[in-house]
Design a protein around this ligand. Structure first.
Ligand SMILES: [Zn+2]
Length: 83
């Protein structure tokens, strides 16, 4: 069933590798503030082939962890940016 596509209540951001500028994720970011962690359930597009690793240059940009029991990636400072 097609629903009218209203404005999404949450902003989507794209997350890129800091080294080679390859897109890594599209992510539904709740709230404001800088990018520290990504909950896996909020990632709407995943361009990585190995988790936490840039598919192009191999930079490890995050670590898998649980945040209050929810699987998430913790972004390693300086390895990824969003816009
Ligand atoms: Zn890269």
């Amino acid at each position: 069933m097609a629903k009218p596509n209203k404005k999404a209540p949450e902003a989507s951001v794209k997350i890129y590798c800091s080294v080679c500028k390859t897109q890594l994720f599209k992510y539904k970011k709740g709230g404001k503030g800088s990018l520290v962690k990504c909950f896996k359930e909020r990632i709407t597009e995943d361009h990585t082939t190995t988790s936490c690793t840039c598919p192009k240059c191999g930079t490890v940009f995050a670590r898998e962890m649980l945040i209050r029991g929810t699987p998430a990636y913790k972004i390693i400072s300086g390895k990824a940016f969003m816009k």
